[in-house]
Ligand binder design. Structure first.
Ligand code: SF4
Ligand code: FE
Length: 483
C-alpha cells in the first residue's frame, strides 16, 4: 500500500483512537467532529491529489528505500528539482484547500533528520541514521502522515532548558532504560498533530552540555500511551457548529493546532534519533526551520492565489472590475504573492547536497523567503479587505438569508450587479473574511508571522548567513581603500 486513497487515510486516522480534547471535553470521534473535520479534509487532499495521473510528477516520487512511488510528503529530496517540486506541490495544495494542509511539517522533519542523524553517527558511532531510515521506510510503505514537532512551551525565555523552574517547559528524558527512554513535556502549536499517524519530536533550540536530557529526538505513533492533545481555539471556530455553509467561508477545508502533551511516554531504542548529543541540536533546528521557511514560499502563495481570486470576484460582483485603482491593487497583490513564490523557488534552485546525500535549500534565501512571508500576506489581506468592502464583516447570516421574512430584505439590499445572485456575493465575502480574520487566518496571517519561527529568528539567520565581511571587502576593493 504505497499510496493510500483519501478514504483509506480517513479510516486509518479514525482507527487510531487518539486522546483529543476540545472546548473542555474529550472528543470521542475527532474524524466526525464538525470543528475538526475540515482540517482532516485538508490532509486528505494530499492523498486524493496523489491518486490523480495529472499530478503524479508533483505529488509523488520514486523512493530509493522502497523502490516504489511514494507520496512526495514522505520523500527525501534527491535534487534541486525535488526541492522545487516540493514548493510547487505546496502551492497546488494551498490553491485546492485555501487552508493549511499540515503534512509539510513531517516532510521537513524527515529531511532535517536524515542529514543530521548521518552527521551525528559519523561523529559518535551511534545508530540514529539506521533508526531513521527504518522509520521513514515504514512511513513510506504505509503512506503515513507524520507531524514534525519542534516548539516547546519554553517557560521563561531568558533561561536555558535545564535552568527553568519547571523542568517540563522543554521536553526531556526522565528515565533511561535498557530498551529505550521515557520522556515528559509538551509541544505547542502542533499543526496537524491531530491528523497524523506518527509524530517526530525534535529539540526547539541549540543547547549546551548542561541540557543533555533535553537534546532528544524520536518518533512515536500518535496513539502512544501518555500522549494527549488539547486543540487550540480559532477565530469563528464555533460557526462550524451552526450548520451554515455560507457563514464559515470555507466549509470543506481548514487547519488545526494542538498543545500536544507527553506524560511519561516510552520511546523504544530503535525510534531514537538523538539522545544527549547537544551540539547537534542547533543543526537539527536550523535545518528543520530552513526547510519549513522554504515551505511557506509554496503553501502561503497557494492560499494567496485563492485570496487574490476572491478579491477579484468581489470586485466583479460589486461592479467595479474596471476601476483603475482596483486593477492596480490586484496587480500589487499578484506582485507580492509571486515575489514570495520566487523566494521559495530560489532557495530551492540554489540548494545543495548534504553529507548524507539528501538536498537542502540555500539557508540564507529560505530565511529571506520566510521574512517576506511575515509581511506580504498582511499587505495582501489589507488589499483584499480594501477591495471587498465592509460587507465582508457586516453581512447578515445565512439564517437571515434563508428566512422567509428577512431573506427578501437581505436579497434586495445586498444585491449589487444585476446578474449576480446576492447569495454568491455573500459567499465570496465570507471567504475573504475566513482567510483574513476567520479560521483560515490562523494559517494565512498569524502563522505567516510566527510559523516556522518568528521574524527575529530569521533575522538572526540572515545576519549569520549574509556574509557582511565579504561585502565590505567588495566595497573597499572598488573604492581602492588600502588599510
Ligand atoms: Fe504546510 Fe504551510 Fe501548513 Fe506549514 S503552514 S504545514 S508549510 S501548509
Ligand atoms: Fe506552519
Amino acid at each position: 500500500m504505497a499510496l493510500m486513497t483519501g478514504q483509506q487515510y480517513i479510516e486509518s486516522i479514525r482507527n487510531l483512537h487518539m486522546q483529543v480534547y476540545l472546548l473542555g471535553e474529550k472528543v470521542e470521534s475527532p474524524v466526525d467532529n464538525p470543528i475538526l473535520r475540515p482540517s482532516l479534509n485538508s490532509v486528505r487532499m494530499t492523498y486524493d491529489l496523489a491518486q490523480k495521473p495529472e499530478y503524479q510528477e508533483l505529488m509523488t516520487a520514486l523512493s530509493p528505500f522502497t523502490g516504489e512511488r511514494v507520496n512526495r510528503f514522505n520523500h527525501i529530496h534527491e535534487s534541486t528539482e525535488d526541492l522545487m517540486n516540493k514548493v510547487k506541490m505546496q502551492r497546488l495544495l494551498g490553491q485546492q484547500t485555501g487552508a493549511c494542509f499540515q503534512r509539510c511539517v513531517g516532510m521537513d522533519a524527515f529531511n532535517a533528520e536524515y542529514s543530521t542523524t548521518f552527521e551525528v553517527d559519523k561523529k559518535y558511532g551511534t545508530h540514529y541514521h539506521e533508526n531513521f531510515k527504518k522509520f521513514i521506510t515504514y512511513c513510506q510503505k504505509n503512506d503515513l502522515t507524520v507531524d514534525g514537532a519542534m516548539t516547546d512551551p519554553k517557560g521563561d525565555r531568558s533561561r536555558a532548558p535545564h535552568a527553568q523552574t519547571d523542568p517540563d517547559q522543554f521536553l526531556h528524558v526522565v528515565e533511561r532504560r535498557p530498551d529505550g527512554i521515557v520522556v515528559r513535556g509538551a509541544k505547542a502549536h502542533q499543526t496537524g498533530a491531530l491528523n497524523s499517524h506518527e509524530i517526530i519530536v525534535m529539540p526547539t533550540i541549540a543547547m549546551s552540555p548542561e541540557d543533555k536530557d533535553y537534546a532528544v529526538s524520536f518518533a512515536v505513533p500518535m496513539n502512544t500511551k501518555g500522549i494527549l492533545m488539547i486543540i487550540g481555539r480559532q477565530s469563528c471556530d464555533t460557526r462550524k457548529l451552526e450548520g451554515s455553509e455560507i457563514d464559515v467561508g470555507n466549509s470543506e477545508f481548514g487547519g488545526v493546532e494542538a498543545l500536544t502533551i507527553f506524560n511519561d511516554v516510552f520511546v523504544p531504542n530503535d525510534r531514537i534519533f538523538l539522545n544527549g548529543e547537544t551540539e547537534f541540536t542547533g543543526m537539527l533546528v536550523e535545518r528543520f526551520a530552513g526547510y519549513h521557511r522554504q515551505s511557506y514560499g509554496g503553501c502561503k502563495v497557494g492560499v494567496g492565489d485563492v485570496l487574490i481570486g476572491a478579491a477579484a470576484v468581489a470586485a466583479d460582483y460589486n461592479g467595479v472590475p474596471k476601476a483603475s485603482h482596483i486593477k492596480d491593487k490586484l496587480i500589487e497583490m499578484t506582485h507580492l504573492n509571486e515575489t514570495l513564490f520566487s523566494c521559495g523557488i530560489a532557495c530551492s534552485a540554489m540548494g545543495h547536497p548534504t553529507e548524507s546525500g539528501n538536498y537542502i535549500i540555500d539557508l540564507l534565501l529560505a530565511n529571506v523567503c520566510k521574512q517576506n512571508i511575515t509581511r506580504f500576506p498582511y499587505e495582501i489581506v489589507r488589499l483584499a479587505e480594501d477591495i471587498s468592502g465592509g460587507l465582508m464583516v457586516t453581512a447578515p447570516s445565512e439564517k437571515d438569508l434563508r428566512d422567509p421574512e428577512l431573506g427578501p430584505y437581505v436579497e434586495k439590499y445586498f444585491k449589487a450587479v444585476d446578474n449576480v445572485p446576492t447569495e454568491n456575493r455573500l459567499r465570496i465575502m465570507r471567504l475573504v473574511e475566513n482567510i483574513a480574520l476567520g479560521t483560515a487566518a490562523v494559517g494565512y496571517r498569524t502563522e505567516s508571522m510566527h510559523g516556522a519561527g518568528s521574524p527575529q529568528a530569521q533575522r538572526i539567520m540572515i545576519a549569520r548567513q549574509g556574509n557582511l565581511e565579504q561585502k565590505k571587502e567588495l566595497a573597499k576593493k572598488i573604492a581602492h581603500v588600502k588599510e
